[in-house]
Design a binder for this molecule. Structure first.
Ligand code: DQA
Length: 140
């Protein structure tokens, strides 16, 4: 299987940004661990990050027919991007929503995701391992 890991707005700051919430490891370091997990499972993986909503929509559109699954941490767009929701609904490639933090245990505005309803499932609260658990869910 071949996966696309998509990280949205501010996730490029991982490691420097609120380390008590998101950990001290950079996104590049996390991606290396995901790549090692994928390789051990005989899977392919590519990575994409953007702070721009439309570019994230394009990445989801372009993944259709190319990847077997998308692992998506949309960052704050999770909570209000109808454009991203529509992009996910428009493609056949299944998307698993991911959050490093337990958004249900944080501020009220983080408790609602406009994406979950069009995703295959959601994994949250396991730090960088949320990405690996999401990949694992495709392999069950
Ligand atoms: C996040 C949670 C979001 O609420 C936040 O805006 C992020 C990161 C997470 O991985 O826990 O940027 O998606």
């Amino acid at each position: 299987m071949k996966f696309l890991v998509v990280n949205g707005v501010n996730l490029n700051m991982t490691g420097r940004r609120e380390p008590a919430v998101y950990g001290a490891e950079t996104l590049a370091g996390i991606n290396r661990e995901i790549a090692a997990f994928a390789a051990a499972r005989g899977c392919g993986v590519e990575f994409y990050q953007s702070n721009i909503e439309g570019e994230l929509c394009a990445a989801i559109q372009n993944a259709d027919g190319i990847f077997d699954g998308i692992i998506l941490n949309a960052g704050a767009y999770t909570h209000y991007s109808i454009a991203l929701r529509d992009a996910i609904a428009a493609v056949r490639v299944p998307v698993v929503e991911v959050h490093m933090s337990n958004v249900q245990a944080r501020e009220e505005f983080r408790k609602n995701s406009v994406l979950t309803g069009v995703c295959r499932g959601e994994i949250l609260g396991f730090g960088k391992n949320s990405y690996i658990l999401a990949m694992e869910s495709f392999l069950l």
